[in-house]
Design a protein around this ligand. Structure first.
Ligand code: PRP
Ligand code: URA
Ligand code: MG
Length: 219
């Protein structure tokens, strides 16, 4: 897998990462969502550099200008619910993309720290020969990404796969590396060292879904 960990180079991205982590700043729900969206915009821009381009003639009022434009048929698939702000950020730049949505959540049996990933809602276009962007802000164990991709398989074989995330744990990065093919790209804002016993990224940021949309009841 091609891993692009963007925090390895200093940039404005660090400001947005620091704000989604900061226990005080992250309480501003609108700012939290907007920062995830801004990170999505930056990750999308970086990803655009490895897409396929065609030389196109653009007619101006005074002549013709030639420019390379993206020729990939992009399908942007996000994992509900925490994926929504990241989806919006990517869609701000890939404005003609087709869209897919899938829900994945952790189901805990009673008080147990163990959980299974439940995939329920799925709306997806044909993926055959498309460029699939699979977005989820948190890559903790990596199981949501993998379960999601398994559920997408009946929709066709993409010609390229780009995983997009804001904060990952090394364990989750290793897990998706083992599962996805070598030519898959991972675009990630930063990677933390570990997970706690409940599968939360440490230091991470807490629960991205709750921070974006409010706490949900466990069921
Ligand atoms: O890599 P994993 O270990 O699978 O964990 C990451 C998943 O956990 C979060 O979703 P959550 O289950 O909290 O659902 P939510 O979006 O409704 O908050 C997050 O948005 C990912 O989908
Ligand atoms: O740290 C984590 C792990 C999974 N999901 C989150 O929202 N945060
Ligand atoms: Mg959550």
């Amino acid at each position: 897998m091609h891993i692009h960990n963007l925090s390895q180079k200093n940039s404005l991205l660090n400001t947005f990462i620091s704000e989604i982590r900061d226990v005080t700043v992250q309480k501003d729900r609108m700012r939290f969502r907007r920062n995830i969206e801004r990170i999505g915009e930056i990750l999308g821009y970086e990803m655009s550099k490895v897409l396929d381009y065609n030389l196109v003639d653009i007619k101006t009022p005074l002549g013709t200008s030639q420019i390379n434009l993206i020729q990939n048929d992009i399908v942007l698939c996000s994992i509900l619910r925490a994926g929504i702000p990241l989806h919006n950020g990517l869609l701000n730049y890939f404005d003609t993309a087709e869209n897919a949505f899938i829900s994945a959540y952790r189901h805990h049996e009673g008080d147990s720290d163990n959980f299974e990933i439940i995939v329920e809602y799925l709306a997806c276009p044909n993926l055959e020969n498309k460029t699939l962007i699979l977005a989820d802000p948190m890559l903790a164990t990596g199981r949501s990404m993998v379960s999601t991709f398994e559920a997408l398989k009946p929709y066709g074989k993409p010609k390229a796969i780009h995983l997009v995330s804001t904060i990952g744990a090394q364990e989750g990065v290793d897990y998706v590396c083992d599962y996805f093919s070598k030519d898959t790209h991972l675009w990630i804002a930063t990677v933390d060292k570990k997970l706690n016993e409940k599968g939360y990224i440490i230091p991470g940021l807490g629960d991205a879904g709750d921070l974006s949309f409010g706490e949900k009841l466990q069921h």
